[in-house]
Design a protein around this ligand. Structure first.
Ligand SMILES: NC(=O)C1=CN([C@@H]2O[C@H](COP(=O)(O)OP(=O)(O)OC[C@H]3O[C@@H](n4cnc5c(N)ncnc54)[C@H](O)[C@@H]3O)[C@@H](O)[C@H]2O)[C@@H](O)CC1
Ligand SMILES: Nc1ncnc2c1ncn2[C@@H]1O[C@H](COP(=O)(O)OP(=O)(O)O)[C@@H](O)[C@H]1O
Ligand SMILES: [K+]
Length: 501
């Protein structure tokens, strides 16, 4: 699946036209391809096409013509009085063919009988929140009982960012011209798009564009994760220090360690609160567990820093945060790690939360990666979870810039940003929305970093393998996705990583 931003698609379009391919030829192939997908997937007897005033509406006219040709009873609602250019030409053909054109007064009847509603209202040309009458039409499409297929982009979704400023169509399927639009793989646009499919519209390779934001697939990662080779010993295979857990939160530490072990770490050291160490040591047969100074609540105390830094001297990477707890002492501990550890540091969970307002991460020059979900990133940025959820790519970029590190923003669309580089993960499942899966992810990324992979690559490869492990679990068990528990991922992490060889 190819993913391009709206701007990149515009460039591919202009270059194609400069090579002599007329706009109407691109529109023709787009509409023909889109109609074919609709016929294959939905096989409707009656369809309603809602066409906007731009080229997205033009695509809709071609789709309507093709559906009509295939024997579908089609109604078309053109929102504008007068059409010119390629959309105008295609509307004229519909008139000549006697395809039923309806006005707003007949919309409810059309929506009532259609088996598929085709959203050809707004595409990549939308600017700002949908105005009337588009906003009202989007509401009607969302209230329809028939499934909605969006052309190119669900109307109201920003194709560049996935942001939704006002209302947006909720489609079951989005059929894009040439490439899936970036905004359709980033939340919330991703959820509005439903399934994404792209159709060939005849953009020649000479006109194509290399995307600035990568859609991370096995193909983009291949060869990145090395096999263990001779000569090797446990230290050369990757040494990781995990700083995690507290008296009341031992599971998080366990899952980070076990994730790291299955991702190929040669040796994992765990530093945890003294009172948690005995139980973790018993559960983690292969790890080297150290109990360090804790406060009265059973969380690691700032006084544990010296021991932790000493352990870190033997590690090629450090993961800090899961289950450590909050408060001033944890903040001092995390700041101390950021100052005192030269090896790459991964900050997750509580370690991200305690850094809100701290300058330790921005001051650090050695490699670091933070792996927050929207709530944690909202605290780090001071913007709140809602702002992060609404503007995910921009929020991840802002954090990466302000903190001068790699940021992995978790979600259905896990985004990884460092400097100019950005990527969106392609694997995963809603099954991952369960406690502890993030800890397994930290372990995997920590292990990859400990094996010498730079943090940006470790983060995107780790996210990919983590999501893939969930997919493999679903394929193998056939169990309902709700039933996955985080430790189910562990046996599938090696299989996922093997797919990258
Ligand atoms: N770029 C390309 O290479 C191709 C583009 N095609 C189609 O063309 C689309 C882009 O076409 P356009 O650039 O004409 O743009 P759109 O058709 O996406 O949108 C432009 C129309 O929406 C209106 N509009 C913009 N913002 C609005 C708002 N906030 N509220 C209400 N109305 C608003 C404009 O007045 C205009 O009528 C793509 O999404 C795709 O469907 C295809 O024909 C294939 C080729
Ligand atoms: N709806 C979803 N679709 C795909 N992946 C998801 C979804 N919800 C959560 N995830 C993934 O599950 C993991 C959850 O991590 P996190 O929120 O840190 O949980 P915890 O702290 O309990 O381990 C992340 O990798 C995230 O990307
Ligand atoms: K659309």
């Amino acid at each position: 699946m190819k993913v391009l931003s709206a701007g990149e698609m515009g460039l591919a379009d202009r270059r194609s036209q400069e090579l002599g391919i007329p706009e109407i030829a691109l529109m023709e192939r787009a509409g023909v391809g889109m109609a074919r997908v609709i016929l294959e997937r939905c096989a409707p007897r009656r369809a309603l096409v809602i066409a906007g005033g731009g080229n997205n509406g033009g695509d809709g006219f071609v789709v309507a013509r093709e559906l009509h040709r295939a024997g579908v009873e089609v109604s078309v609602l053109p929102v504008k009085e007068e059409y010119t250019g390629s959309p105008g030409t295609n509307l004229r053909i519909l008139r000549n063919l006697g395809v039923r054109l309806i006005g707003p007064g007949e919309l409810d009847a059309g929506l009532g009988t259609a088996e598929v509603v085709v959203d050809a209202l707004l595409g990549t040309g939308v600017r700002g929140a949908p105005r009337e009458p588009a906003a009202g039409l989007i509401g009607k499409m969302n209230a329809a009982s028939a499934p909605v297929v969006a052309l190119d982009v669900p109307s109201g979704v920003n194709a560049e960012t996935g942001e939704v400023e006002g209302v947006a169509v909720r489609a079951g399927l989005t059929v894009a011209a040439h490439a899936v639009k970036l905004g359709c793989v980033i939340s919330p646009g991703r959820e509005h798009a439903g399934e994404n499919v792209a159709v060939d519209i005849g953009v020649p390779p000479e006109a194509d564009v290399k995307p600035a934001v990568e859609w991370t697939t096995a193909g983009t990662l291949r060869g990145l994760v090395p096999r263990l080779r001779e000569p090797a010993h446990k230290y050369s295979a990757g040494t990781l220090l995990v700083v995690a857990g507290s008296r009341r939160m031992t599971g998080a530490a366990e899952m980070v360690v076990r994730g790291a072990q299955r991702a190929g770490c040669g040796i994992v050291f765990l530093a945890t609160a003294g009172s948690a160490a005995q139980s973790l040591d018993a559960r983690l047969t292969e790890a080297l567990v150290s109990g360090v100074a804790e406060d009265r609540g059973g969380s690691m105390a700032s006084g544990a820093l010296e021991d932790i830094l000493q352990l870190a001297e033997r590690a090629a990477a450090v993961v800090v945060g899961p289950g450590i707890g909050l408060g001033q002492e944890r903040r001092e501990l995390v700041e101390g790690v950021l100052r005192g550890v030269e090896a790459p540091v991964l900050l997750d969970a509580d370690a991200v939360t305690v850094l809100a307002g701290s300058e330790a991460l921005a001051r650090r020059t050695a490699p670091a990666v933070v792996t927050p979900h929207a709530g944690e990133l909202g605290r780090l940025l001071g913007s709140g979870a809602r702002e992060v959820s609404e503007r995910r790519l921009a929020s991840a970029r802002r954090a990466a810039e302000e903190q001068g590190c790699c940021v992995l923003l978790k979600g259905s669309d896990t985004i990884v940003v460092e400097g100019e580089r950005a990527s969106v993960n392609s694997t995963g499942s809603v099954a991952l929305a369960t406690a502890g899966t993030g800890d397994v992810l930290s372990g995997i990324i920590g292990a990859l970093a400990s094996r010498g992979i730079e943090v940006y690559d470790a983060a995107r490869a780790g996210a990919w393998a983590h999501g893939r492990a969930a997919e493999i679990w679903l394929e193998r068990t056939g169990w309902p996705r709700e039933s996955l528990v985080a430790t189910d991922l562990l046996p599938h992490v090696p299989e996922a990583l093997r797919e990258l060889e």
